[in-house]
Design a binder for this molecule. Structure first.
Ligand code: NAP
Length: 245
């Protein structure tokens, strides 16, 4: 049975992705920074008859927590097939390029960028033991430099000067990571779940977590012919998933 670690999976997009991968027969390590809320999420899945899942405490902004999670997982499994770096924060509002505090930037990057680096580096040895390792970095169309600079883009006037750079940086990390792993069976991609209704945006999103989960799960389940080093947004282009960096 293939194993998956999903960060920030106690609710919203991460939780739904866990549910869909469970339905596909994967074993899920459900990452949650608060263990109790992770265990409650596991109970909800168990109540649906999905029992190949256990909660793992992991705060991606805390190296001790990430290292403890790596040690705990290493005692349970020799290999990890899929890592989904989903945990993310919006960074609060407003986000003015001239007024946002350095602390606001630092906190946001700590989770959205350094958190992904921290977790990826901590779990890479377990992933290397999988014959078909997959890494999905949950990004955002808001991280597209090309779209953000395009006055014809619908969201041109919606600037989040803290969150957007964090996702652009995550995209660049995805490119660098995929490059370093290019001679291996790894597939490493950045996937935009779409603008979906969650706590993240006070449920203003227009899409559903089900759509988002399906978009992410697809890149967790890529076969050997699947792409690597790409940025995908099925919301931006429903047919191809193409979105400019
Ligand atoms: P959400 O409803 O706010 O859920 C975020 C999840 O991340 C929660 O489980 C949260 O845990 C967890 N988390 C936050 N900081 C963490 C940390 N330091 N360590 C571990 N877990 C942490 O957000 P969402 O909408 O599901 O977003 C999930 C991902 O999709 C994010 O990366 C976000 O940037 C991306 N995204 C979302 C949208 C959208 O429209 N919703 C669009 C594009 C991209 P707690 O429950 O403990 O807070």
């Amino acid at each position: 049975m293939k194993t998956v670690l999903i960060t920030g999976a106690n609710k919203s997009i991460g939780f739904e992705t866990a549910r869909q991968l469970l339905q596909q027969g994967y074993y899920i390590y459900l990452g949650s920074r608060d263990l109790t809320s992770g265990q409650k999420a596991v109970e909800r899945l168990n109540a649906e008859g999905l029992d190949q899942v256990e909660a793992v405490q992991i705060d991606v902004s805390d190296s001790d927590s990430v290292n403890a999670a790596r040690t705990a997982l290493g005692q349970k499994t020799h290999s990890l097939d899929v890592l989904i770096n989903n945990a993310g924060i919006s960074g609060g509002r407003p986000q003015s390029a001239l007024e946002a505090s350095i602390e606001q930037y630092r906190n946001t990057f700590e989770t959205n960028v350094f958190g992904v680096v921290r977790v990826t580096q901590a779990f890479i040895d377990l992933l290397r033991n999988s014959p078909e390792p997959r890494i999905v970095n949950v990004s955002s169309s808001q991280g597209s430099l090309t779209l953000a600079a395009d006055p014809d883009n619908t969201y041109y006037h919606h600037k989040g000067a803290v969150y957007q750079p964090s996702k652009s940086a995550l995209n660049m990390y995805t490119i660098a990571l995929a490059y370093e792993l290019r001679e291996t069976p790894f597939k490493v991609n950045a996937v935009d779940p779409g603008f979906v209704a969650t706590d993240f945006n006070n449920h203003r999103g227009t899409g559903t977590v089900q759509e988002a989960g399906t978009r992410i799960a697809k890149y967790a389940m890529l076969d050997e012919n699947g792409p690597t080093g790409t940025f995908i947004s099925e919301e931006h282009n429903p047919e191809t998933g193409d979105i400019p960096w």
